[in-house]
Design a protein around this ligand. Structure first.
Ligand code: ADA
Length: 575
């Protein structure tokens, strides 16, 4: 995976980005015609990318075949790693079925054992078809792109190799030292039993020095004994100290970064390393009209620069796991991140939410998110789902199961879901923080009249509801609110919707109100910049864009950008 640092110094990694052969398959004939053995013809495309940005393919939904040729120089096992294939992927190596994966935004891997040295053909069938079990569903407020949207690589494994190394730690009460261990997963990639030393270091501290013997092609995972690290420097927003983690065997390594920090809640407050913090944030889609979800790192840096310039200390990765390299950037810059899965909105109605396949797909996405993203200190919030029908008893069970997984395997993070009907939500027992998406002043549903003044009543009603349910005391975050503005459309009348002035004034009113509401501890404006939406959205999505960005889709600021910058910069100084 492309990171801000090399993940390996010992392991041989074959970069499979770059030119691939590509062919659409609207009639789904590829398998019958044996395209899994290789594509006779096809266009050349550059991976990572989404096919919708190719001429004529904007609206193409369905099967897309990709082929890549590469060579290996030794007999070995291969670990194939994919950052994101949209939305389902089936993979063949040299005509042999390797495996399949569902879910557009989570990283996944297959280990193919005993691959002979020589020339290889890797074929990937990407399927963007939306059906009754899709994540997200047809009615979704972002674009259903298809293709191999993030990096692909093949790792050459021989002998005892490392698949996972989670660094688990507990800080001492004074936050000056930590008990630390590693949860490590190893595979013997050879066709004979192998023994190897295994070491894990964090910064300069050797936290594990052991050895293993593993039978041919077996996998093992274990937790190392606790070690102690003294005099640690904390990871914080102003001083995001990172430590390099190196796990090693006699023939393999895995390098990562960690930061030590403590996020917790107390009364209505959020504490980072014991210090009260107000979350000043934006929702951001990792999307651009020219690249779709194959978002280039150069632009990630630019987005982050703009977001930091606005005075933000946090980003919500609405509505799916973001790229690893973007997480690395936030780790380095001390930005707090909310990571969630694309279980989005009203598309997931009661029937879908009762479907065990859908529930399991969601759980699996949570498992992949925690498996690959565990070590990133920037992730301080896990989002279980967004605006699904949480007034429905079957959603309570689903939420409980996601929460159990995240509490057990998710490290020190706050758990939540974003609710757009907090006054009859049944699932908030599981949340550490209460997160609310409401658009008073823009939409007129959920008890609102569409008027800005609805907000004043809302903050009172919400407090009453939270008190009545025993939830008062959990910090409340306004996770979405805002209004659309067409960039460049101005009006002398501050009541004219779609104008930059209306959006700016609505955000000023709401952000100031939330800032002074005693039980609220943060705001995520909807949204950082405009995004392309699906054609299933109604006429409200002018140009088929969600126009609620503080910037347009090419990152040019609207008036609201400057207003939010003024307010957030002022609040950041109050800390
Ligand atoms: C919801 C949803 C967002 C976006 C927003 C809007 O809250 O979570 O993805 O669709 O509404 O613009 O209406």
């Amino acid at each position: 995976m492309k990171r801000l640092f090399n993940e390996h110094e010992i392991r041989t990694v074959i970069d499979l980005n770059g030119a691939w052969k590509f062919k659409t398959d609207p009639d789904k004939v590829g398998i019958k015609q044996k395209w899994q053995f290789g594509l006779a013809q096809g266009d050349t495309v550059v991976v990572p990318s989404v096919w919708n940005n190719e001429l004529g393919l904007l609206a193409y939904e369905g099967w897309g075949w990709y082929e890549k040729k590469f060579n290996t120089s030794v007999d070995a096992s291969l670990r194939l790693e994919f950052g994101s294939v949209m939305t389902a992927a089936t993979v063949w190596l040299d005509g042999e079925y390797v495996g399949e994966h569902y879910g557009a935004f989570t990283q996944f891997e297959f280990v193919v054992l005993n691959v002979k040295a020589g020339a290889h053909t890797l074929v990937v069938l990407a399927d963007s078809t939306i059906d009754g079990k899709s994540f997200p569903q047809r009615y979704t407020d972002w674009y259903n792109y298809g293709g191999i949207a993030r990096d692909v690589q093949a790792d050459v494994l021989n002998g005892v190799s490392i698949l996972k190394n989670h660094i688990i730690y507990e800080l001492s009460e004074d936050l000056k030292s930590a008990k630390i261990c590693s949860e490590i997963e190893l595979i013997n990639a050879k066709n004979e039993a192998c023994s190897s030393p295994v070491t894990v270091t964090v910064g300069d501290t050797l936290i594990y020095d052991g050895s293993v013997t593993i039978s041919a092609y077996e996998q093992v995972s274990f937790k190392t004994p606790w070690a102690v690290m003294e005099s640690i420097s904390l990871w914080d927003t102003d001083t995001p100290t990172l430590y390099t983690v190196v796990a090693k065997t006699d023939c393999d390594d895995l390098i990562d970064k960690v930061g030590f920090r403590l996020i917790e809640t107390k009364n209505n407050d959020i504490l980072l390393n014991g210090r009260s913090i107000e979350l000043l944030g934006v929702n951001r889609h990792e999307e651009h009209p020219d690249w779709g979800f194959a978002f280039p790192p150069k632009l990630m840096k630019k987005d982050l620069d703009l977001i930091c310039d606005m005075g933000c200390n946090t980003i919500r990765g609405s509505h799916y796991p973001n790229s690893r390299i973007f997480l690395d950037m936030m780790d380095e810059r001390g930005i707090l991140f909310w990571s969630e899965i694309p279980m989005w909105g009203c598309g997931f109605g009661p029937k879908a939410l009762a479907d065990p396949d859908i529930v399991n797909r969601g759980l699996n996405m949570h498992k992949e998110m925690t498996r690959f993203y565990y070590n990133h200190p920037s992730i301080v919030i896990w989002g279980m789902h967004n605006e699904i029908d949480t007034s429905n008893p079957c959603t309570v069970e689903l939420t409980k199961s996601y929460c159990e997984h995240l509490r057990k395997n998710g490290g020190n993070r706050l758990i939540t879901h974003a609710s757009n009907h907090p006054l009859n939500d049944l699932c908030m027992d599981y949340n550490d923080i209460i997160c609310i998406n409401i658009y008073h002043g823009w939409y007129n549903y959920y008890g609102g009249s569409g008027s800005l003044k609805d907000w004043d009543k809302f903050v009172v009603d919400l407090k009453n509801r939270l008190t009545e349910k025993g939830w008062y005391g959990k910090p409340v975050i306004m996770s979405e609110f805002g209004a659309a503005a067409l960039a460049g459309f101005h009006s002398h009348f501050d009541t004219v919707r779609w104008s930059e002035e209306y959006q700016r004034d609505l955000l000023e009113y709401t952000i100031e109100l939330f800032h002074k509401t005693e039980y609220m501890r943060g705001t995520y404006v909807w949204q950082f910049c405009n995004i392309r939406t699906s054609f299933s959205m109604d006429i409200n999505r002018v140009r088929y864009f969600n126009n609620k960005g503080l910037l347009d889709e090419y990152r040019n600021p609207k008036s609201a950008y400057f207003k939010v910058r003024e307010l957030y910069t002022k609040y950041a100084k109050e800390k």
